[in-house]
Design a binder for this molecule. Sequence first.
Ligand code: ADP
Ligand code: ZN
Ligand code: ZN
Length: 734
Amino acid sequence: MTIFRIALPTPLRRLFDYLPPTAEAQKAPAIGVRVRVSFGRRELTGVLIELADTSDVPQAKLKPALEVLDQTPPLPPHLLELACWAADYYQHPIGDALHQALPVLLRKGESDQPSLQQRWHAVPDITVDAIAPRAKKQRALLELLLQHPEGLDNAALRSAGYSSAQQKPLSDKGLIEQREVSPDNTTTPAKTALLCQPVLPLNDEQQQALDTIFAREGFNPVLLQGITGSGKTEVYLQAIERILHAGAQALVLVPEIGLTPQTVSRFRSRFAVEVEVLHSNMTDRQRLDAWLRARSGQARVIIGTRSALFTPLQTPGIIIVDEEHDISFKQQDGFRYSARDLAVMRARAENVPLVLGTATPSLESLHNAQSGRYRHVRLNQRAGNASPPRFELYDIRQQPLNSGLSEEVIRRIGIELQQGNQVLLFLNRRGFSPALMCHQCGTVIECDRCDARMTLHRTPPHLHCHHCDHQRPIPHRCPSCHSSDFKPQGAGTERTEGVLQQLFPDTDVIRVDRDSTQRRNAMQDIMDRVHDGRPCILVGTQMLAKGHHFPAVTLVVILDADAGLFSADFRGMERTAQLILQVAGRAGRAERPGQVLMQTHHADHPTLTQLVSQGYEAFAMAELAMRRDSGLPPFIYHALLRAEANYRGRAEAFLSTLCSALASDGLSLPGVSWLGPFPAAMEKRAGFFRAQLLLQSHDRRALQQVLSSITPILEQSPLARQVRWSLDVDPADS
Ligand code: ADP
Ligand code: ZN
Ligand code: ZN
């Protein structure tokens, strides 16, 4: 008898046994095919993991599966294995982990065959001169289509930063047309050219980086540490070119915030081959089609965010993780995997080079480089003519501040604007003001559902909790003393924008944060305004920190360099340093030199001064030494068990029962220790009281073993119905 052991998307950490479908021929299906089954009253799509001879379930109770959906498995065996390994390592239910490795439509049971596609093409025998030079964007769009005779679909045009505003006039004039392309003839016509743009001659450092990536055949992990503007992207492009020549494909992972049209168009305008982008703004159908073109080998370069990690490639050639330090590579809910860490596993399995690129490596990767697991190459010079920015700590103790701006900052902004330059102000707080206080009695308005203050927003006026998203009107009277005399405390981006607009009435002040970019194409409009090159002031949150190239920005002001200096999380300093350097990297990326002015109340803080005077690596080395001495990651492995309940103390009680089990039932192993349970840093959030228990060990295997033995206990605990819990292996924050 054959038993199908199937991974189903349920919260249970196990496989489910079924009989083969009754109607099916007797031929055994391949491991990894999708199978539709009835589960309780529902129908689910699962993945066949094992064929067994026997089952623990009595045969009379076994149900036949409904249907085998695939002839061949949608994921190649090594990716199926990687996803299973990850489910195990991150202690996540295997059925759900496998689902997340597949595009949504495949999870729903759709066929894995590509559909017909509408693509834009330039009409035959046309040149860019059909468009007047002043219609710059239309011309660029036509040029892009001329470079891509295989055609580009709407999603591709959007991700390259073109909207219907450029596309419509071109089609109205009959210069471009939309044609239906069937899946088999989208393959690039036997083209000899891979490039549609000449490569830049590499400088010595870049050349050395490129040589290191190919220093040996097969798996070769490289940490490429290059200051912002040092030409890392150019190194990626030339590494990809090399593997394209060999007939292989490239997978490029970028942070969520880094997938800008600028990034995408750099790849598209360099390569004449099909470049596919996978991001969250695509429809499920578009994503599936892109995924299928990667799998069939039609798409040669695949750029995507975290979830693109599981995209199958016909001929894997290289994996690149850009901004490897970025925490968006770690999924923060559900299946809490690190796409960066899994990229290393994948590159090993596919036996291809792996590049982890960043200006500010994570301490984990630096540690791996130091211990010889990764090769380490550095780009210390800016490419082209640009020089690194000059840093200045500006002590604002006892200085008068105008909504957070010192007189010196205002003066310096004025000087830059007068010289025709652009200025960028970084403040990682959106809204008008982070707190609203009663001037009579000092009461600060807090969120009812969180241990947190509500942020005041002015456009439109309301109070907003940035932790649970709760919103409410601004109160007329203080809840304690009934006075109506409220004062906003501190400044967010909205307030800073307003003050700057008053101080510099003739200058364009552009705010960039989650609120100002909600509208479709808002970010693109902002970039167009900035790239027009006229003097302007950009004020924004970390949305400004990554992926952007602002050639005319000469001054970067960090309004609150102290934010994050005294964080409760031991990673606070690392994150602060990374963020400061990423923002600073926006300054002076072209001919005009850049300056970075940091307002601080702690101008003699040893870490800050070291960071600005000696640079990131010196800082990181000191930080690593500190982590070693304090027994913190990456010198030990962490797993964080989080729990929350709607009564205070309940989550802690739940975790305490686990601690007793660990202590008395011999569940623990030598070398595995635990700390807690203790309340989370913000105990109450969205109405839930949160607690956590930290498990740690120097021995990854022992920790894994303990984790696998506690998950069944957690699942079966009588308290489990009253708490929500999750296990985070290698957490990125606490
Ligand atoms: P990074 O990715 O490290 O921030 P980029 O690759 O974006 O750096 O390069 C920064 C700028 O320098 C870009 O405008 C790029 O075109 C230019 N550049 C990169 N490499 C070279 C080179 N070898 N010669 C001239 N300019 C270069
Ligand atoms: Zn009051
Ligand atoms: Zn809240």
